[in-house]
Design a protein around this ligand. Structure first.
Ligand code: ADP
Ligand code: MG
Ligand code: MG
Length: 883
C-alpha cells in the first residue's frame, strides 16, 4: 500500500480532489504545489494509515518506515538539506489534517529535527544564533506539550520568570544567550518531570510526533468537536510533514493568516493579520496583538502598527496575487496561512474560509454577480441551518450604553449574561438554565464546551483570527475578542474594567457587531434581514419545487410566518386556543359535562371564541391555504389539577366538588399519548368536532363576505388509523358545512383530510385516500409510534444510544429515512394511486430540518410546514433539495 504522498518543487502526487485520502490540508498543499505556488516541500501520510493505526492497536505497517525515509530524502533534495544532518539539517513541521477542517483541534509541532548539535549548525548557517535558539526553545515547548504530555504552564512559568528577571516586555527581546539559558532551564525541568532527557535523535522525534498526531484524533477536544459537527470518527486524520520556513528570522520575516474576503461581513476585501519575527501559532494564540495586512484595514481599525503592505511591499504584492488566484481557482473564499522568511513569501495552507451566515450570503451573492459561480451554486453553497444565526438579536440603537470596554467585533450578534471565568462554570450555569458570558484572557480548544454553553464569549487578548473568534463565528455565538483595556484577575476572580470591578455573576452585555462590552442588560432588537438574504431567498424560490408553509395558530405567528415567506399554514393546532385564561374554564365544563346537552351548552360558549380565532387568521393569510387540525391532545391535559381549580369548575357548572373530583378521576389515563385523543375524541364526542367545524365555516363565510378573499380551509382529522374513523368524523363535518352554507347563503370550498401519524394509516393509505383529500405527515407522532419510543421520555436513553453508536441521529430531530421514511413512501404511493391529485405535506418538527426536507423532495411531497422562524431555512433547503 502507498501510505505516503510527496509534494514539492511544482509537483505533487496528490491533488485537491484527494481530501478523503490526504485530509484537507494535505490535499490543498499538493494542489498549491502543482499550481506552481511557493510551498515548502513535504509529504502527507494518509488518513488510511490512521485507520490502520487504530485497527491494529496503535501500530504501523512494516512498509511505512521505508516509505517515510524515502519521502524525507526527496524533500531534503528539494530543500537542499538532509534530515538529521549535523551540518545542514532539514527541519520539519509535523501537522495534522483531517478530511473536514477542524481548526485548532489537533496539535502541530514546528522546528522538528533540532537538537543540541543541529541548533549550532542552524545558528552558524543563518549567521543568527538568536533565531536558532528561539526556534529550539519553541520546538522543545511544543514537543513536550504535544508529544510528551507535559503541561504548557511548566515552560510558561520559566519563561515569565526569565522575562521578569531580565526586565523584558516581549519575547522578541530575548538574545541568543538568554534563550540558551532558557533552554538549559527547560531541559533540566524535563529531566526532573519525566525522568529522561529531551530526545536528541531526530528520527525518534519524528515518530513521536507522527504518533502524537494520530493519537490526538481521539483526544477529548477532537472528540467533542466531531460530536458537535457530526464528523464521523472513522474518517481519521492525515499527517503532513513539511520542510520548515522561518517567520522568526528577524525583522524581515513574519507569519500570518488571511481570508480573501472579510469572514464577518463577506465584504470583498482581503482580511488578515500577521506578526513580524514570529512563528506559526503566535498569531492565533493571541500572544502579541497582531497587525493588519492591508493598509486599508489598518486605517479602518485605526491601528498605529504598520501594515504588511507598507512594511514588506514585495511580499505583500505576491501574497495578494496568490490570494486572488487561489480564490479564482477554488471559486470560493479562501482562508490562507503564510510565512515570510527574509522577505520571501511561502504558502502554508489554503482552505474554504469559515464565515458567518451573513458573510456567506454576501460572498455567495457577490460571487454569482461576479460570474465566479452560478446562482444555483450560490444557493447550494449556503448552509441552510446557519440562517438561524441571522435571527440573532442586536442591541437597540436607541438604548443607553454603559461601555466598560472595547475589543474586536469578532462574531456578530449581541448577548447578555452573568460573568463566568471558566468553561466548567459556563456549563454548570447552562445546566441550570442561567445565561452567561464566558470571560477569558484567551480561549483554547479545551474551552469548546464552555463556549457552547455560554450566550457569548469575551476575551481580553487575541485578534480576529484568534481561537475564540474563529470558533465563535463557527458556532454563531456573539464574541468580542482582544478587549485589551479589560483585565481578568484570576487570583481574585474579578474582571477589572475602567476602574470598576466585576465579579462572577455580575451581568454584562457584549456587542459582537461593534466590539463593545457593556455593563448590565441592554434592550435588544430583532435583526433586519439584509438585501443579500432576500436575493438568495429569491434565487432559492426560483429553484425550489415544494411549497413552504408554517405551523401557526395565532395571528401573530401567522404574520411572522408570512413575513418570512410562508405560503400558507400547514398546521393550525386548535387546542392551544383553549388553554387561554378565559377559555379553559368553558373547556373544562365541556369535558366534565355528564350529558350531551350540558356539553353542548359549554361548547356554545366556546364557539364564538373559536370563530374569532379563525376569522383573524384567515384575514392575515388572505386567501392562502390554512390547514386546521381538530382537537388532538388527550382530554387528560385539560383536566383541573388543584383543589382550587376543581372548586372553580364545580361552581361554574353548579355541581358539587366531590362529584367533579370523581368525574376527573374517571377520566384519568395511564398512557394519555396513546389514549383518548385525536379523532377518538371526535368519535366519542362528535359535538366537539361539529363546534369546531362550525367555527371554521362561519369564519370562512365571514371572510368571503368581507374581503372576498377565497379562503379554502383544509380541515384535518388527527390520529386516524382506520378509514371508518375518518368517515365518521367527515360525515359530521360535511353536515355542518351544508348547514352553514344554507344559513349564510355563501358557498364555501373546503377540503377534509387527515394526518398520517400512525403506521396503520400509512399502510392503509390507499383506502383512507378514498375519503381524505389531503395527507399531512405528522412525523413527530409517526416517529413515536413507529419506533415505539415516547418522545417525552426519550432524552434519557437516546443520548446513550448515540454515544454507543446504536443510532447516528436523534430521529425526532432528523427524520429516520429508513424506517419512518419507508412508511411515508408507502403512504405517498398508495395515496397517489387512489387519488391522483391528493395534496401531500409534512407538518412535524422535521419540516424545518434540512436533511428531512431533502427526503420530502425525493418522495415528492407538495409542501413542508415548519415553525415560522424556520421558514427561510426550509425555503433554502427545499431549493437545495431540488437543485
Ligand atoms: P492548524 O491546523 O491548527 O492550523 P497547522 O498545521 O496549519 O495547524 O500549523 C499551524 C501553523 O504552524 C501554521 O499556520 C504555520 O504558521 C505554522 N507552520 C506549519 N508548518 C510550517 C512550516 N513548514 N514552516 C513554517 N511554519 C509552519
Ligand atoms: Mg493551519
Ligand atoms: Mg400528532
Amino acid at each position: 500500500t502507498k501510505w505516503v504522498y510527496v509534494f514539492g518543487d511544482g509537483r505533487a502526487e496528490g491533488s485537491a480532489g484527494d481530501k478523503n485520502l490526504l485530509g484537507g490540508k494535505g490535499a490543498n498543499l499538493a494542489e498549491m504545489c502543482s499550481l506552481g505556488l511557493p510551498v515548502p516541500p513535504g509529504f502527507t501520510v494518509t488518513t488510511e494509515l490512521c485507520a490502520h493505526y487504530y485497527a491494529n492497536d496503535r501500530t504501523y505497517p512494516d512498509e511505512l518506515k521505508p516509505q517515510v525515509e524515502a519521502a524525507l530524502e526527496e524533500v531534503g533534495k528539494v530543500a537542499g538539506r538532509r534530515f538529521g544532518d549535523p551540518a545542514k539539517p532539514l527541519l520539519v513541521s509535523v501537522r495534522s489534517g483531517a478530511r473536514a477542517s477542524m481548526p485548532g483541534m489537533m496539535d502541530t509541532v514546528l522546528n522538528l529535527g533540532l537538537n543540541d548539535k543541529t541548533v549550532e549548525a542552524v545558528a552558524a548557517e543563518a549567521g543568527d544564533a538568536r533565531f536558532a535558539y528561539d526556534s529550539y526553545r519553541r520546538f522543545i515547548q511544543m514537543y513536550c506539550n504535544v508529544v510528551l504530555g507535559l503541561d504548557h504552564d511548566v515552560f510558561e512559568e520559566i519563561l515569565e520568570e526569565e522575562k521578569a528577571r531580565l526586565g523584558y516586555e516581549v519575547d522578541t527581546e530575548f538574545t541568543a544567550g538568554d534563550w540558551q539559558n532558557v533552554i538549559a532551564l527547560y531541559q533540566s525541568k524535563i529531566e526532573a518531570e519525566l525522568g529522561a532527557p529531551f530526545p536528541q535523535d531526530p528520527f525518534e522525534q519524528l515518530w513521536g510526533a507522527v504518533g502524537a498526531v494520530f493519537s490526538s484524533w481521539m483526544n477529548h477536544r477532537a472528540v467533542t468537536y466531531r460530536r458537535l459537527h457530526d464528523i464521523p470518527e472513522s474518517w481519521g486524520t492525515a499527517v503532513n510533514v513539511q520542510a520548515m520556513v522561518f517567520g522568526n528570522r528577524g525583522e524581515d520575516s513574519a507569519t500570518g493568516v488571511a481570508f480573501t474576503r472579510n469572514p464577518s461581513t463577506g465584504e470583498k476585501a482581503l482580511y488578515g493579520e500577521f506578526l513580524v519575527n514570529a512563528q506559526g501559532e503566535d498569531v492565533v494564540a493571541g500572544i502579541r496583538t497582531p497587525q493588519n495586512i492591508t493598509e486599508a484595514a489598518r486605517l479602518e481599525a485605526g491601528s498605529d502598527k504598520p501594515s504588511l503592505e507598507k512594511l514588506m511591499p514585495e511580499a505583500f504584492a505576491s501574497f495578494i496575487a496568490i490570494a486572488d488566484a487561489l480564490e479564482r481557482h477554488y471559486c470560493d473564499m479562501q482562508d490562507l496561512e503564510f510565512t515570510i522568511e527574509r522577505g520571501k513569501l511561502w504558502m502554508l495552507q489554503t482552505r474554504s474560509g469559515k464565515r458567518t451566515a451573513s458573510a456567506a450570503l454576501k460572498v455567495a451573492v457577490d460571487m454569482a454577480t461576479e460570474g465566479l459561480i452560478t446562482r444555483e451554486q450560490a444557493v447550494a453553497r449556503i448552509d441552510a441551518a446557519s440562517l438561524d444565526q441571522l435571527l440573532h438579536p442586536t442591541i437597540d440603537p436607541d438604548a443607553p450604553r454603559d461601555v466598560i470596554g472595547i475589543g474586536l467585533p469578532a462574531s456578530p450578534g449581541a448577548a447578555t449574561g452573568a460573568i463566568v471565568f471558566s468553561s466548567e462554570a459556563a456549563e454548570e450555569a447552562k445546566a441550570e438554565g442561567r445565561p452567561v458570558i464566558l470571560v477569558r484572557v484567551e480561549t483554547s480548544p479545551e474551552d469548546i464546551h464552555g463556549m457552547h454553553a455560554a450566550e457569548g464569549i469575551l476575551t481580553t487578548r487575541g485578534g480576529m483570527t484568534s481561537h475564540a473568534a474563529v470558533v465563535a463565528r463557527g458556532m454563531g455565538k456573539p464574541c468580542v475578542s482582544g478587549a485589551g483595556s479589560l483585565r481578568v484577575d484570576h487570583k481574585t476572580g474579578v474582571l477589572l474594567a475602567m476602574g470598576q470591578t466585576f465579579k462572577k455573576g455580575d451581568v454584562i452585555t457584549i456587542d459582537g457587531a461593534t466590539g463593545q462590552v457593556l455593563k448590565g442588560a441592554v434592550p435588544m432588537l430583532r435583526p433586519e434581514l439584509s438585501g443579500d438574504f432576500s436575493t438568495i431567498m429569491g434565487w432559492a424560490d426560483e429553484a425550489r419545487r415544494m411549497k413552504v408553509r408554517a405551523n401557526a395558530e395565532t395571528p401573530a405567528d401567522a404574520r411572522t410566518a408570512r413575513s418570512f415567506g410562508a405560503e400558507g399554514i400547514g398546521l393550525c393546532r386548535t387546542e392551544h386556543m383553549f388553554f387561554d385564561d378565559g377559555r379553559i374554564l368553558a373547556m373544562r365544563e365541556m369535558i366534565l359535562a355528564d350529558t350531551e346537552s350540558e356539553r353542548r351548552a359549554a361548547l356554545d360558549k366556546l364557539l364564538p371564541m373559536q370563530r374569532s380565532d379563525f376569522t383573524e387568521i384567515f384575514e392575515v393569510m388572505a386567501g392562502l391555504p390554512v390547514t386546521i387540525r381538530l382537537l388532538d391532545p388527550p382530554l387528560h391535559e385539560f383536566l383541573p389539577k388543584t383543589e382550587e381549580e376543581i372548586a372553580e369548575v364545580a361552581s361554574a357548572m353548579g355541581v358539587s366538588a366531590e362529584k367533579l373530583r370523581q368525574r376527573t378521576e374517571s377520566l384519568h389515563e395511564f398512557n394519555p399519548m396513546l389514549g383518548h385523543r385525536g379523532c377518538r375524541l371526535a368519535v366519542s364526542y362528535p359535538e366537539i368536532a361539529e363546534m369546531q367545524a362550525r367555527a371554521i365555516f362561519e369564519a370562512a363565510a365571514e371572510a368571503a363576505a368581507k374581503a372576498g378573499a377565497p379562503v379554502v380551509p383544509e380541515i384535518m382529522v388527527p390520529l386516524v388509523g382506520m378509514l371508518s374513523e375518518l368517515d365518521f368524523v367527515k360525515a359530521r363535518i360535511d353536515a355542518v358545512a351544508k348547514k352553514v352554507m344554507g344559513e349564510s347563503g355563501i358557498a364555501i370550498d373546503y377540503l377534509v383530510g387527515t394526518m398520517i401519524e400512525l403506521p396503520r394509516a400509512a399502510l392503509r393509505a390507499d383506502e383512507i385516500a378514498g375519503s381524505a383529500e389531503f395527507f399531512s405527515f405528522g412525523t413527530n407522532d409517526l416517529t413515536q409510534t413507529t419506533f415505539g419510543i415516547s418522545r417525552d421520555d426519550a432524552a434519557s436513553f437516546l443520548e446513550i444510544y448515540r454515544s454507543r453508536n446504536i443510532i447516528e441521529q436523534d430521529p425526532f430531530v432528523s427524520l429516520d429515512v429508513d424506517g419512518v421514511g419507508e412508511l411515508v413512501r408507502i403512504a405517498v404511493e398508495k395515496g397517489r394511486a387512489a387519488r391522483g391529485d391528493i395534496k401531500l405535506g409534512i407538518c412535524g418538527e422535521h419540516g424545518g430540518d434540512p436533511a428531512s426536507i431533502r427526503f420530502c423532495e425525493t418522495v415528492g411531497l407538495d409542501y413542508v410546514s415548519c415553525s415560522p422562524f424556520r421558514v427561510p431555512i426550509a425555503r433554502l433547503a427545499a431549493a437545495q433539495a431540488a437543485i
